[in-house]
Design a protein around this ligand. Structure first.
Ligand code: SF4
Length: 82
């Protein structure tokens, strides 16, 4: 995956993409927002999101989206194909 070499998160602490704070709490939302801020400036964001959805990454922020948003995107995709 050569696009990873262009990832904005290459030199960022990976822990911000996998927050330990409980989702849907103020701390959890703050942690996700911090990761999303990095993703917002990433030139390979759409590829990252596609890969995360394709491989059904269960945890963390990928492509600027949290696991709950990716789950909703997957559900929507399933709904359109059935
Ligand atoms: S979109 Fe976010 S998680 Fe994906 S490569 Fe870019 S900075 Fe990293």
């Amino acid at each position: 995956m050569s696009w990873l070499h262009r990832a904005a998160c290459r030199d960022v602490d990976p822990e911000i993409f996998f927050p330990i704070a409980t989702p849907d709490t103020e701390a959890g939302e703050a942690a996700v927002a911090q990761a999303k801020q990095v993703c917002g400036g990433c030139s390979v964001r759409s590829r990252c999101l596609d890969k995360a959805i394709e491989s059904r990454e269960p945890y963390g922020v990928w492509g600027g989206e949290s696991e709950s948003t990716r789950s909703k995107l997957l559900s929507g995709a399933r709904g359109r194909t059935s």
